[in-house]
Ligand binder design. Structure first.
Ligand SMILES: [Fe+2]
Length: 220
């Protein structure tokens, strides 16, 4: 069962309703999150093997298939947009997050990052149509939370824990990471009743549909 902690303060108007921060403990059970972390590790390994066997030009030209190292100002972590498993999880989580936030939500897109020692997340807000975000820690080594700061709140996520927040309303960041790795997945929604209510599937015809300019689409 989910154990949702409702945090007071930092309320922001969204359309006709209110969305708060929500810390959700044990959102993904251990067997499932271990499988997902392993999948992210294997994506990362495939990325490196593909560079060796196919060449860097081929791999860098197809970031949706192989993932890529971010080069934007907020992070340099290995990441992937629209991974099919994560896209399906975005669909699965939609009614759950609607129930928690009491908002009507359009699934927008999914994204994962594999943070490594020394990585950081610089202070930023998300692009305009990332109205509601669920960020889940799938796995980390050592099992010691790497704090996420969202406005004035500090969140310590154990593996399996998630935090729901408004990434375009609240600046968020992390200090340099001192552990070995953190596998993190992000799910983004728009508010059906808000100004971006017509934005769904990030402009794609369905979740998992290939898109163009993946790297440009992940603007901080
Ligand atoms: Fe962000």
């Amino acid at each position: 069962m989910h154990d949702t902690t409702f945090l007071s303060g930092q309320l922001k108007e969204m359309g006709t309703k209110i969305c708060d921060f929500f810390l959700v403990r044990n959102m993904i059970e251990k067997d499932v999150r271990d499988l997902l972390t392993d999948h992210i590790m294997k994506c990362h390994r495939r990325y490196r093997l593909a560079i060796k066997h196919k060449g860097e030009d081929v791999v860098l030209a197809d970031p949706e298939r192989y993932g890529y190292y971010r080069k934007d100002h907020s992070s340099v972590a290995y990441s992937m947009y629209g991974n099919l498993i994560m896209e399906d999880l975005l669909d699965t989580f939609t009614p759950i997050v609607e129930e928690i936030t009491q908002l009507n939500l359009n699934p927008n897109y999914s994204y994962f990052s594999l943070y490594e020692h020394g990585n950081t997340l610089k202070k930023h807000i998300d692009r305009e149509d990332c109205e509601v975000t669920l960020s889940i820690c799938l796995g980390q080594s050592p099992e010691k939370p790497w704090p996420i700061y969202i406005s004035e709140e500090k969140f310590n996520l154990e593996s399996g824990d998630g935090v729901i927040y408004q990434g375009r309303e609240h600046e968020h960041w992390r200090e340099p990471y001192e552990g070995e790795y953190v596998a993190q997945v992000f799910f983004h929604w728009t508010d059906k009743d808000g100004p971006n209510g017509n934005t769904i599937f990030d402009g794609r015809p369905y979740l998992g549909h290939p898109t163009e300019n993946v790297i440009d689409r992940r603007r901080p």
